[in-house]
Design a protein around this ligand. Structure first.
Ligand SMILES: [Zn+2]
Length: 136
């Protein structure tokens, strides 16, 4: 299996070009890769056209983090003598920020307040920030 298809490469490299001036909300998680022999998952955001080995991704492994990944490294991982990393063929590209929030259990309310899994608001919107600042 090819890890990356032509169209996906084009999209990843296009996002690499704009990556410096953009934010997570403006990026698409183009490709989802997963390991057969662990619960590691990579949601690819960019690929450097000048160094196609350099991928940037949301990585779900020991933690959920943003980081660079080597394509050659992913391709060379083996499990029982077959390639250990596969592309999820059913993955539909989705907004990188929405994906990041979902993976981290972050809910964004309509007003803009962000709350974590247990419902704690950790990033209030402007309106609620001001309300909290008013002394009781
Ligand atoms: Zn709010």
């Amino acid at each position: 299996m090819k890890l990356l298809l032509k169209g996906q490469i084009a999209k990843l490299q296009a996002q690499h070009r704009i990556y410096a001036e953009t934010e997570l909300k403006d990026l698409t998680a183009v490709v989802k890769l997963f390991a057969l022999n662990s619960n590691w998952t990579w949601y690819l955001l960019t690929q450097d056209p000048d160094d196609p080995d350099y991928l940037y991704a949301i990585v779900v492994g020991h933690a959920i983090e943003m980081g660079s990944v080597s394509l050659a490294d992913l391709q060379s991982q083996k499990w029982l003598s077959i390639p250990a990393v596969e592309r999820d063929m059913h993955w539909k590209p989705q907004n990188a920020l929405e994906l990041w929030n979902k993976l981290n259990g972050i809910t964004v309310k309509e007003c803009g307040c962000k709350s974590s899994k247990d419902g704690t608001v950790f990033s209030p919107c402007n309106t609620h920030q001001e309300a909290e600042a008013v002394p009781a």
